[in-house]
Design a protein around this ligand. Sequence first.
Ligand SMILES: [Zn+2]
Length: 150
Amino acid sequence: MVSKAHRRAYDQIMSTPHPHQVEKKLAVQVYTEDRKKSAPGELTILEWDPQGRSKRAVKWAAMCFGAAVVSVPIPPIHWVLVPGFLIASPIVFFYLMNQKSVIQGGSATCPACNQPVALVRSKHEFPMSDLCDKCRTNLVIEPTSSASVG
Ligand SMILES: [Zn+2]
């Protein structure tokens, strides 16, 4: 039998897989494109501290480099893939070093058809746009401006 304390410790470990990565919840308001209707939603934001960012950047740049090496013995595509991955690797590195946070995704209610909408992973920029997959309405997503949320 698993004790409650044990279970809680396990949940804590599982919910923080990376010490340099922080998950934050952000309350948002979802509008129809004409802004006539709105509904509440919530986004999950992933943030990295400088150490977490560099680890992630090194990891992905190394994967690009590794992909270039793996492509070497595969003619004729190695003429494209090897330089491609070699060029991509520093680009990926600098891109990830500059990326402080990302919207991991979220959930909301569609203001047009009142069905639940899953919001996709995207850049941490507002206003964000998405599409309701139930009624095909274009949605505009903005953080809830009220200071009471937090
Ligand atoms: Zn809808």
